[in-house]
Design a protein. Sequence first.
Length: 170
Amino acid sequence: MRYIGITNVDADTLRRAHSTCPLTALQFEYSLMSPDIEQEMLPLCRELGIGVTAYGVLGRGLLTGGSGAGYMRSAYYPRFQGDNLTRNARLVDALAAVAAKEGISAAQAAIGWVASQGRDIIPLVGSRTAKHLAEALASPLTLSAESLAVIEVVVPYDTIQGDRFMATDK
């Protein structure tokens, strides 16, 4: 094997695994709605020279407007339920307004935000339609420092409502 990656582990496990066999990638959820990797895991990956494959870049659909009533995730994830969804939708609307000034969609801004966090981070974006695939492929790989600053003001992590995990995921 030339390259080995690992997914969704804590810092101790990452260190132990890397000391056994050098890792090249960590797959971890990372988005405007879930930036908690920045606290411990991202600095550790950078210390160890491990790249990050970021999944959930679109907030599990929340940042694309895929969150209305009857949406599958609303039955399982607290972020998609009741008042949490209402409050989070306001954040998405604020992101969409910033994105529109840049001539891109909210989804493209979300992808660009993750891609702008470092050359060692690769956004992993899924798509169910050709239209969404084309939109994702047209996303900027970097956003200006000004746009990043505005996005982080209009979508502050401490205002996101509801847990991102299902009760059974914990």
